[in-house]
Design a protein around this ligand. Structure first.
Ligand code: ACM
Ligand code: ZN
Length: 531
């Protein structure tokens, strides 16, 4: 009898304890498509099994990243298993045998109970994102006293609004080593961003090894170390060229693999035909004039350096470079620049004027169109596709490249109606090198103000598109130009927390965006990052 009484008390205690469990707040960025919180939570401990099922052979890198991140993040060594061992106290990551259309390529489904967690997706990418969601769901517990990891019970179904969700980094104005590039990729992956736009060449330094043109990195990657470069004064003949750096091909391969293991494609940018002082410092024969070009050391404006479009050697140079770049980067797209190509030199260059006459071109803008088209045709031969800044867009354009729309949305509308694919990163919302708060109180940054709220109001879909043209909007990205950003700490300062806003703008359906809720989530994420 005594035993029975004890059992009844124990039973009631358990029931009462369960009914007392509260729904815990869920602060996932970007906001999932569907999320139903339930009572209770799943606790992770040394006994927890981490189980993988049906991962494709060529996506084992993603499986390994989940395992490595689990160990590092939760500070727990998992017991590894498969679908068979996925019982009590387990987290199962299973690739669906049969495609579930409602999840798409990168979506996932999560069922979290007090007993176990099951994540399902059509792809390794989807499961990687399910794991990023789980990590974020544990922030509350890890911030609490004791810091034992728990994950609130819930049922989640999620998939992105856009396939292209990117972040750009300019490594020319200031060089960032591979350790920081990996950190940048990690920061992107947490927020389900999947395209890294690597701005590798510009006036202030050429950053990638090209075997056929060794001076690009021997000369073009280095400039004098000037702590202040906010006033222009040219490089002096005896100044040591000690500031800069570049990535070897092995380092590039290492970054590409690191990114792939986080479902991130790497898009290299080779600027054509402007922003080329670093090239001309190394190979002055590609200029229209005899000006003694150096790697640039200050934000002078406008940058007059431009490659001579009338010189056949220039076209050969770009083709050679792009061939090596294409061999290195597996992603089908290469960004070929095209922005801010100030063509004053073309206007007075006999070779450029001869090209305009030979090709019966209207003017210097048409000469740039011609050059970009030649490059685009060559990329096609290499089985690659071009991305070009929207400076190329005009009502009568023939170019079919993907357009990166950074200026007025009108260009995006014209190009989408023309049938070009579009990636949006307007200066109005996506330039995270602009101030994020009162310039009086902030460290020096590029003129312009994009507050977190402004960044959060970004909609990659421009107004005024037909349903057909809407299909051409691939998504969006943030841009981090580094004129005023010379350390990893400053780069982090500028992307956080605006990268959270960008992530929600490119992943979450607008009907699920909620600025108030987002602010609360950002507070929790900021506290977690700073803990
Ligand atoms: C750009 O900001 N010049 C693309
Ligand atoms: Zn010329």
């Amino acid at each position: 009898m005594k035993h029975i009484n004890l059992l009844i008390i124990l039973f009631l205690t358990l029931i009462f304890a369960d009914s007392c469990q509260k729904m815990e707040p869920i602060a996932v960025i970007p906001e999932p498509l569907e999320c139903s919180p339930k009572k209770g939570h799943f606790s992770l401990d040394e006994e927890t099994f981490l189980c993988f099922s049906n991962f494709p052979e060529d996506k084992r890198d993603i499986q390994n990243t989940i395992r490595e991140q689990y160990t590092k993040f939760f500070k727990l060594r998992p017991n590894l298993g498969d679908a068979e061992s996925a019982g009590k106290n387990s987290i199962l990551f299973e690739v669906n045998q049969k495609n579930d259309k409602s999840l798409g390529d990168e979506g996932y489904e999560l069922t979290i109970t007090g007993r176990r967690i099951v994540a399902r997706a059509n792809s390794a990418a989807g499961l990687f994102y399910a794991f990023q969601t789980l990590k974020q769901m544990s922030y509350g517990s890890l911030l609490a006293d004791g810091g034992k990891p728990t994950i609130p019970c819930a049922k989640i179904k999620d998939r992105p609004r856009f396939a292209y969700r990117g972040a750009h980094l300019d490594v020319s104005r200031h060089f960032f080593d591979t350790d920081y590039i990996k950190k940048y990729l990690d920061r992107m992956a947490v927020y389900k961003l999947n395209k890294f736009h690597w701005h590798l060449t510009d006036d202030h330094g050429w950053r990638i090894q090209i075997d056929k043109y060794p001076a690009l990195t021997q000369k073009g990657a280095w400039r004098p170390e000037r702590s202040k470069w906010d006033t222009l004064h040219p490089v002096l003949p005896d100044e040591p060229m000690t500031y800069g750096g570049f990535y070897t091909k092995d380092q590039v391969r290492e970054i590409i693999a690191y990114a792939a293991a986080r479902n991130i494609d790497v898009i290299p940018e080779i600027e054509i035909p402007g922003h080329c002082s670093a090239i001309l410092a190394a190979y002055p024969q590609f200029a229209c004039d005899n000006y003694p070009y150096t790697v640039a050391v200050g934000p002078y404006w406008p940058p007059k350096a431009i490659m001579c479009a009338g010189n056949d050697g220039v076209l050969e140079f770009y083709k050679d470079v792009l061939q090596e770049v294409a061999e290195l980067f597996p992603y089908p797209y290469i960004h070929i620049g095209g922005d801010e190509a100030f063509n004053d030199n073309w206007q007075v260059c006999p070779k450029c004027q001869q090209r305009i006459a030979d090709k019966q071109l209207k003017d210097e803008m048409a000469l740039q169109q011609w050059l970009m088209n030649e490059i685009e045709k060559y990329l096609k031969k290499l089985d690659k596709k071009a991305i070009i800044w929207d400076d190329i867009v005009s009502e009568d354009m023939v170019n079919m490249s993907t357009i990166m729309s950074w200026q007025d949305p009108k260009a995006a509308v014209i190009a989408a109606n023309h049938g070009n694919d579009i990636i949006r990163c307007p200066t109005s919302h996506c330039y995270f090198n602009f101030y994020q708060d009162d310039p009086e109180k902030e460290p020096l940054a590029m003129t312009g103000l994009i507050t977190l709220e402004k960044a959060y109001s970004f909609d990659p879909m421009p107004a005024g598109l037909s349903d057909k043209a809407k299909q051409h909007i691939l998504g969006g990205q943030c841009n981090l130009w580094t004129e005023f950003i010379n350390t990893p700490e400053q780069a982090d300062y500028m992307i956080y927390p605006r990268i959270c806003a960008l992530a929600e703008c490119v992943w979450t359906d607008p009907s699920h965006k909620d600025w108030k809720k987002f602010q609360n989530k950002v507070e929790m994420h900021t506290a977690f990052r700073k803990r």
